[in-house]
Write a protein that binds this ligand. Structure first.
Ligand code: GLC
Length: 641
């Protein structure tokens, strides 16, 4: 590696630690792609040079951050960490505009900002920027690379890390690689999966799922210029990259490292589950997809250990933990992963007024590997996908299809539902796919006809957010939710959006609503002040650190969800009532389920406190759609006092 002497020592140390895994995984992935070991070695040397170049070019401020974070590798798992997610244009117009919104983020206590794709995207339809045409340019309407650098610096000075999507599964059909492939360049044709006829695509289709069955059915698109079927998991204009080709891995690694040097601190690795294709499978969660992520992790550990990788893998609970690595086998993968089944199951609890599915998801969620965290969330820019819950739902219902369809129909506002969302990508109204809509609309705010109903809708939303704050991960606020913002119907008249109902929950920043939220007497204020209160408590509770242990607690009501956190400290207990009826819980019974408590009957109730100091009675009434946060202040292994 060509490196300045000052960088050499640190880099060599990190290299010694992570190179063995990197080399093993690279050989597993690519050894068979080279004629001999010499060729493989030369390719590895090219990769090392890409890493050395990135390290050499890394600005001093970012190197200092790398150093600091290597010494504190759990920095992002603390109870005072909070994420916020927004589209740049909808939130603030441009990247420079985002700088002006930093005070709003600081007021919420945000420490991590995920700006949805802002790199140059395909003109016209581009899946909200998820069809990237150039990894080295910012979308012109949003700003420039210089603006990006200024933004990352301003955020960093305010204690906020910028998270950017790194869309690594596919590129836009007008990315230079796709253009070269279309022009007949053999090298770039092999950056994609292309088949002259339907033989292979049909074999794959037999076991593949579909992401957008209604508007983009199938997983292959016929591209005239290539006279081939090209693999397009998502929209026909998003061409899947062929990661079995080592050149793709090399170029994508270089793209990611260069972006990191602009000051991006967290990469949201988009659609990670789809990175490797294998006949006869769903082509999701393949071992090689994990190896690719493990290689990227080793590469960032060596060159920029302050950078975090976050897996976007919308998969069943049992398939999620692997994206965070495996502590027992000494495998490191991503630092963060969306807990999508927890999110979906929480919405099921709202529809069914029953917490059994969410309890099953929590029971199936293992302890996190060290220095990793879930990303816990209520809403995001995508639909709520119900299919990830099939395994848990099938344990509890004979007709899973019917159960999940009922949930989907509930949120589409059918029957006596309070929700006003819509079904996503389901041509057959009884089919299960997803649900779209802002949290407030799904919680009943848009259909509320009086102040009481509005208050109840906000309570539901706060309950869901409360769960995401206490579960054990970095929580994420989706732009607009801090003010209970409702659906945005405008997309129906925008040509590039009207085919994709997810735009229903991608609203513009609403200044009037933000102002209204500062004065009492309306839903926006109820929601914003409620969230602020929960967040203030959260920041004071070390029990809510992502790694702290979690234990499900049994109650006598299927509408209640109760779990404890952080038994190393005075245990914290979350109790949520997912129903429109008040429920009671006996605190002494809950306490008996905690290891440090002694089963000494109702006297134990005196040991519980709410975060603001109130002492609850032993039999506690939890109002409809409410939550209770308790701390067992005097419980200890030696007894109760
Ligand atoms: C991810 C994004 C989603 C996008 C898809 C294809 O799942 O969250 O919005 O449509 O990837 O890039």
């Amino acid at each position: 590696m060509q490196l300045a002497p000052a960088l050499r020592t640190t880099a060599e140390l990190r290299f010694t630690q992570h190179a063995p895994t990197l080399i093993t995984r690279l050989s597993q992935l690519y050894a068979t792609r080279f004629a001999d070991d010499v060729q493989l070695k030369n390719w590895c040397l090219q990769l090392m040079q890409v890493m050395a170049d990135a390290l050499q070019a890394r600005p001093a401020g970012l190197q200092a951050l790398d150093q600091q974070r290597s010494q504190q590798p759990d920095w992002f798992t603390r109870e005072d960490r909070l994420g916020y997610c927004a589209y740049t244009d909808r939130f603030a117009g441009t990247l420079q505009g985002v700088i002006q919104r930093i005070p709003h983020l600081q007021q919420l206590g945000v420490t991590y900002l995920h700006l949805l794709p802002f790199l140059k995207a395909r003109a016209g339809e581009n899946d909200g920027g998820f069809a990237v045409s150039d990894f080295n340019q910012v979308e012109a309407t949003l700003g420039s690379m210089q603006d990006l650098e200024q933004l990352t610096q301003a955020l960093r000075e305010s204690g906020i890390s910028l998270c950017s999507d790194f869309i690594l599964n596919h590129v836009a059909d007008d990315h230079p690689w796709a253009i070269a492939a279309r022009a007949g360049d053999a090298k770039y044709r092999d950056y994609f999966y292309h088949y002259p006829d339907r033989t292979v695509p049909d074999q794959f289709e037999a076991t593949l799922g579909q992401v957008f069955p209604q508007v983009a059915p199938g997983n292959f698109s016929y591209i005239d210029a290539l006279q081939s079927w090209v693999w397009t998991t998502f929209y026909p204009y998003q061409w899947d990259l062929n990661y079995s080709n080592p050149a793709v891995f090399l170029d994508m690694t270089a793209a990611m490292l260069q972006l990191a040097n602009r000051g991006i601190e967290v990469f949201r690795l988009d659609s990670t589950a789809f990175l490797w294709k294998r006949p006869g499978t769903t082509c999701m969660n393949q071992p090689e997809a994990h190896w690719i992520l493990q290689c990227l992790r080793c590469i960032t550990e060596i060159t920029m250990p302050g950078v975090l990788l976050k897996a976007e893998a919308i998969v069943a609970t049992r398939d999620l933990p692997a994206y965070l690595g495996d502590a027992q086998r000494g495998v490191q993968e991503c630092h963060l992963a969306y807990h999508s089944s927890l999110m979906a199951a929480a919405w099921v609890a709202v529809a069914e007024q029953d917490t059994s599915l969410i309890s099953a998801v929590i029971a199936g969620t293992p302890q996190l590997p060290p220095n990793t965290s879930w990303l816990s969330y209520v809403r995001c820019h995508d639909d709520i996908g119900w299919n990830v819950l099939r395994p848990e739902a099938s344990l509890q219902a004979t007709d899973v299809e019917q159960r999940l369809s009922a949930v989907s129909q509930f949120f589409a506002g059918q029957g006596d539902s309070f929700a006003s969302g819509a079904s996503f990508q389901a041509s057959d109204p009884a089919a299960v796919h997803g649900t779209v809509g802002m949290a407030a609309a799904l919680c009943g705010l848009s259909r509320a006809t009086d102040a009481e109903q509005s208050r109840t809708a906000v309570q539901r939303q706060l309950l869901l957010y409360g769960l995401s704050f206490c579960f054990g991960g970095m929580p994420l606020i989706y732009m607009g939710d801090e003010f209970a913002q409702e659906n945005n119907e405008d997309y129906r008249s925008v040509a590039a959006h009207q085919y994709d109902a997810r735009w229903l929950h991608r609203p513009q920043w609403n200044e009037a609503l933000a102002t209204r939220s500062q004065t009492a007497g309306n839903a926006a204020h109820l929601c914003s002040s409620g969230l602020q209160r929960l967040l203030q408590w959260r920041r004071k509770l070390p029990q809510l650190q992502a790694q702290a242990a979690r234990r499900l607690l049994h109650t006598n009501s299927s509408s209640l969800l109760a779990f404890s956190r952080g038994e190393a400290h005075a245990p914290f207990v979350f109790i949520g009532n997912f129903s429109d009826q008040p429920q009671t819980v006996t605190l002494s019974v809950l306490a008996q389920q905690l290891p440090s408590a002694q089963p000494s009957g109702s006297a134990i109730s005196g040991c519980w406190k709410t975060p603001d100091g109130a002492v609850p009675p032993d039999i506690l009434l939890i109002p409809a759609w409410s939550q209770c946060w308790l701390i067992a202040s005097n419980l200890s292994a030696t007894g109760v006092n």
